[in-house]
Write a protein that binds this ligand. Structure first.
Ligand code: BGC
Length: 514
């Protein structure tokens, strides 16, 4: 595959030479399929929980409520056990990513990726075989462990193998796979819902396919040069760097990784050092981005799209079809993001996303307030309006907060706190996903259309945060973030000289500042 030398980037950045090699692309594409497992899971839950046979077997009380003709539209799915089905996965993931972080550090990114697929696969088997709620939830927990491991290791892997000038695009392959997973799940649900008795088994069972692809594919990928060098295998790291960059001229990049791992090795207890003052900025941004990502309300739409559309009066099959439409725009949005993120930068995309999502969410709320009756379906124009605004909302999310909440935390930490800091970010994502999954159906029941205004309010707040506090990280090599981003930021620079870094370490960082 043809490649190009990085040009047109000013000053010393040009010293990093690299092509977009075939091997780089293969490694990235395979690792990114970790996102398929996560996405498939997000997409499958909502559809399965609106299948009658599934409800009848595991949640008979919800089934009865649903069949009750005069039931309040907004409340018919408000059931804690049903919410637990969706959210147990996230609880497991939020704990497991800390183990995954330790594994990434000790055994590398590649093995962690492979282990994730094995946990996930066992979870799928339990789900398909489940003959009671306990086994179903046990399966969800194993899926969650798989997701925690994958979400920890894959974005780090992608950011570490990427040449810095296309790091954003390469990392967004992860989100692209999430969106493909969601879309495929929605399509599977649409057809599986027509299969009597066993439709839900097919839906849950097909989750094994992405796990299998990842497990086998992982034999073909490399360990990242950073991880190899950090484990004292510098010669191997250099070889891999040459191979994925498609050139022998990798000395400058190699030296920078060497220095970063020397600095990292001076830290005795990497997990504790994320609590130092100098890690505060990255930790706050990494976690807040996750909080904000979830409080956009995206999963109110993703998990529960079929349920939501049914709640406003669509028939079950039409609801799934609308969810498929949402899945398609989600995918298109992430392709756009992948193509533009390294040109327009992270901040602009996040801000545009906020504006679009704010307007769309508020519009959904307005349609429901003016037209939604407790027990009646929306008229067809209003229902179509909700689908259109939901699609606009999802597109805005898909090119901004969706991918960037994974990308930014994977690139802002220095090597010594990278896996630990990223674990905090992943676990925050899971925590807030859990909170939304657990709360949303009750919120919809009690706040009704107000729930959409609630999310718009958060979207406005996150826009202000980004405008004021988020530094731009486009086109900056990961091992130069401290010197070129944090030490120069108008607000965060005050946290950078807390004396917790040794003089030697400071010297190593400053070697790369202008
Ligand atoms: C989020 C998920 C969300 C998905 C939608 C991901 O980035 O973490 O919670 O469901 O995007 O595409």
């Amino acid at each position: 595959m043809g490649g190009f030398v990085i040009t047109g980037v000013p000053d010393r950045q040009t010293k990093f030479e690299g092509k977009i090699t075939f091997y780089l692309v293969i490694c990235a594409v395979i690792a990114a399929t970790g996102g398929l497992m996560f996405g498939y899971d997000i997409g499958i839950s909502g559809g399965v929980t609106s299948m009658d046979d599934f409800l009848l077997k595991f949640f008979p009380s919800v089934y009865n409520k649903k069949k009750h003709a005069k039931e309040d539209n907004y409340c018919k799915y408000d059931d804690h056990k049903l919410q637990l089905f969706t959210s147990s996965l996230y609880l497991a993931a939020l704990v497991s990513c800390f183990f995954a972080s330790a594994m990434c550090r000790r055994f590398g990114r590649k093995l962690t990726i492979q282990v994730s697929s094995i946990f996930f696969f066992i979870g799928v088997i339990l789900n398909v075989q489940a003959d009671g709620l306990h086994m179903l939830i046990a399966g969800r927990i194993l899926l969650g462990i798989g997701v925690g491991f994958a979400n920890q290791a894959v974005p780090l892997f992608l950011s570490e193998i990427a040449p810095f000038h296309i790091r954003g695009g390469l990392n967004i392959l992860f989100q692209l796979n999430i969106t493909i997973g969601i879309l495929v799940a929605n399509i599977v649900n649409y057809y599986a819902s027509k299969i009597p008795l066993y439709g839900w088994k097919l839906s849950l069972g097909l989750a094994g396919v992405p796990a299998l692809i990842l497990c086998l594919g992982a034999f073909l990928i490399t360990e990242t040069p950073t991880s190899l060098i950090q484990h004292g295998r510098s010669a191997d790291g250099l070889e891999v760097l040459k191979r994925i960059r498609g050139t022998h001229n990798v000395e400058a990049e190699f030296q920078e990784i060497l220095q970063a791992s020397e600095a990292a090795s001076l830290v005795e207890r990497p997990f504790m050092s994320i609590f130092h003052r100098s890690s505060f900025p990255q930790l706050v941004i990494g976690s807040l981005l996750q909080f904000f990502q979830q409080f956009t309300g995206i999963n109110a739409i993703m998990f529960y799209a079929p349920v939501l559309f049914e709640a406003i009066g669509f028939k079950s099959n039409v609801s799934l079809l609308s969810a498929v439409t949402i899945g398609i725009v989600n995918l298109i949005g992430s392709v756009v993001s992948l193509l533009v993120v390294d040109k327009v930068g992270r901040k602009l995309l996040l801000l545009e996303g906020c504006l679009q999502m704010f307007l769309a969410m508020a519009a959904i709320g307005a349609v429901l307030v003016t037209n939604g009756q407790k027990n009646q379906a929306l008229d067809s124009d209003s229902a179509m309006g909700v689908v259109i605004f939901a699609a606009l909302f999802v597109t805005g999310f898909a090119w901004s907060w969706g991918p960037l909440a994974w990308l930014i935390p994977s690139e802002i930490f220095p090597l010594e706190t990278r896996t630990a800091g990223y674990a905090v970010a992943v676990s925050s994502n899971m925590l807030f996903t859990f909170v939304i999954a657990q709360m949303y159906l009750s919120m919809l029941c009690h706040m009704r259309a107000g729930v959409f205004f609630f999310f718009s309010m958060w979207i406005a707040i996150m826009g202000i945060f980004v405008a004021v506090f988020l530094p731009e990280t486009k086109n900056i090599p990961m091992d130069e973030m401290v010197s070129r981003v944090w030490k120069k930021h108008w607000y965060w620079k005050r946290y950078m000289d807390d004396g917790t870094r040794s003089l030697k370490m400071e010297a190593l960082y400053d070697a790369y500042s202008y």
